[in-house]
Ligand binder design. Structure first.
Ligand SMILES: O=P(O)(O)OC[C@H]1O[C@H](OP(=O)(O)OP(=O)(O)O)[C@H](O)[C@@H]1O
Ligand code: HPA
Length: 180
């Protein structure tokens, strides 16, 4: 747990890499791409708590077709900056069976989280699986998967804002920042 001054110091030791206006523009583009793929598929949209909260809140009102919404919760960073063991807190509901499922998350970094979600949802009998993320981190190492829809490629630095936390803070920022 940090105090307010330490949280402010984290912000001061970072720089903006994607502006709030650029985030809004990317959301418009991504919503159009998702709509053209899924308009007639009546998808079940699942948001990954808690990081996808901001992305979900901004994207859903831009999707102008019938869909169903629910959430799942797993984490593997637990407010640290290095990934650890995957922990399911709320598993997908049985209703994923025979559905086109679209999972929303803030970031695909090493891809381990999204790959675990995809495997579980396909095992439960979903017809199709799609992943949409606000950003994907560019890494040299191989990943188990890449997103179907993505707003931004971000560099291999610790990023936060727009739902992403740094030591548990600053999820509320409307722009994306990176630690220096
Ligand atoms: O691609 P990966 O390397 O697996 O990392 C991506 C995941 O890490 C973050 O979640 P985190 O575990 O920090 O939980 P949170 O959403 O509660 O912040 C983020 O929201 C993604 O779900
Ligand atoms: O760079 C990151 N920032 C915030 N959360 C994350 N989860 C995985 N990678 C990141």
């Amino acid at each position: 747990m940090m105090n307010i001054e330490e949280a402010r110091t984290l912000w001061a030791q970072s720089e903006e890499i994607v502006s709030a206006a650029a985030v809004q523009g990317a959301l418009d583009t991504m919503a159009g791409e998702i709509a053209s793929k899924m308009r007639d598929r009546f998808p079940l949209v699942l948001s990954v708590m808690g990081g996808a909260c901001v992305f979900t809140g901004m994207l859903l009102p831009r999707l102008d077709f019938p869909l169903e919404f629910d959430y799942i919760h797993l984490s593997r960073y637990n407010n640290r900056t290095v990934g650890g063991e995957m922990q399911w807190r709320v598993a997908p509901a049985e209703s994923v069976k025979n559905r086109t499922v679209l999972v929303l998350d803030d970031i695909l970094d090493e891809g381990e989280t999204m790959a675990a979600i995809r495997n579980r949802i396909l095992d439960m009998g979903a017809t199709d699986f799609y992943a949409a993320v606000l950003c994907e981190k560019t890494l040299t190492k191989e990943k188990p998967m890449h997103p179907d829809f993505c707003g931004f490629a971000v560099p291999d630095r610790y990023v936060f804002g727009c739902g992403m936390d740094v030591h548990g803070y600053w999820r509320n920022l409307p722009a994306i920042r990176a630690l220096k």
